[in-house]
Design a binder for this molecule. Structure first.
Ligand code: HEC
Length: 278
């Protein structure tokens, strides 16, 4: 064999070996995309940012009607007011988030110093605490205004979760979130994947199951069932309860790591929040 060709082959093999050792989140994402493409032929990937409405044509019609008078609009406005308003010490959110409100695409991210996954909700409360303000609750209430405002401002940006693969802590957090997603739990013994991968597109009671791809692009979400805007971790809680599993603490390590994994799966998809769902 020609020496040059041999060298090229060897280099190629080496690159593959390196990428498989280090690129596992990316491989996971590519595998999910492939799965979705086979399961839903003809549906453009960016459609998955619309959840089950990517393929539930009946539900989509009423959803589009609702979006004409978005039920989360007040939350966006109230959030903007909170963003502008100074804290008691004269500072404001703007002092913590120097880049402005177009930041949702970068969350959650690994914080090396704190050694943990930082979600946007957690970052907002860390800002409040640093300025002597009481933290906001993590599922219901006015944290959703702040999240709605930032989510709306970040529309059109592409999900860009970075997992520093050389950082063992970040990789462990990602793996932990991935394991959570695939672990069966509750009396019904379902994993997140049972419903949102294997059964995506199927109906459960009156609801069409969304695919995990695109799950995070549109949070927080106004739900008619809640009569309010709620956080992603509120949704996690509800989904855990559906299978009669004990939910975890909103913004505790389990759900933050789950969010890290789940949001990474949507990398490259456009943010289109806040959303509206049944
Ligand atoms: C028994 C089936 C079931 C299981 C298991 C389940 N969910 Fe759900 N989930 C639903 C249903 C039903 C909905 C509402 C319809 C839809 O959007 O899929 C939903 C909605 C969601 C949404 C909102 C989708 C959107 O478009 O806004 C997210 C995010 C989500 N689930 C995440 C999870 C996660 C993470 C887990 C594991 C902790 C999980 N679910 C487990 C049934 C399930």
């Amino acid at each position: 064999m020609n020496k040059l060709i041999l060298k090229l082959i060897l280099t190629g093999l080496l690159c593959t070996a390196i990428s498989s050792a280090y690129a596992s989140p990316e491989k996971d994402r590519e595998a999910l995309i492939k799965y979705v493409e086979v399961r839903f032929p003809g549906i453009a990937l960016e459609e998955f940012a619309n959840g089950a409405y990517a393929y539930d044509t009946v539900g989509r019609e009423s959803w589009e009607a609702i979006e004409e008078f978005p039920p989360y609009e007040i939350a966006v406005d109230d959030g903007q007011e909170m963003w502008e308003q100074p804290f008691a010490n004269g500072k404001s959110y703007k002092d913590c988030f120097a880049d402005g409100p177009v930041i949702a695409q970068n969350y959650p991210h690994w914080d090396k110093k704190q050694g943990m996954v930082i979600t946007l909700a957690l970052a907002l409360n860390q800002c409040r605490k640093a300025n002597g303000e009481k933290p906001l609750k993590y599922k219901k209430g006015s944290i959703n205004n702040m999240l709605s405002y930032i989510s709306f401002a970040s529309r059109g940006k592409k999900t860009n979760v970075v997992i520093p693969e050389a950082d063992a802590g970040a990789m462990a957090a990602y793996e932990d979130g991935k394991k959570f997603f695939y672990t069966r739990r509750g009396q019904l013994n379902f994993s997140c994947a049972t419903c949102h991968v294997q059964n995506a597109g199927n109906k459960i009671r009156s609801e069409t199951l969304s695919a995990a791809l695109g799950h995070t692009t549109h949070f927080p979400v106004y739900r008619s069932k809640w009569g309010a805007v709620g956080t992603l971790h509120r949704r996690f809680t509800g989904c855990n309860k559906q299978v009669r599993a004990k939910p975890f603490k909103a913004q505790g390590e389990e759900y933050r790591n789950l969010e890290y994994f789940l949001t990474y799966m949507s990398n490259g998809l456009e943010l289109n929040g806040p959303g509206a769902r049944k």
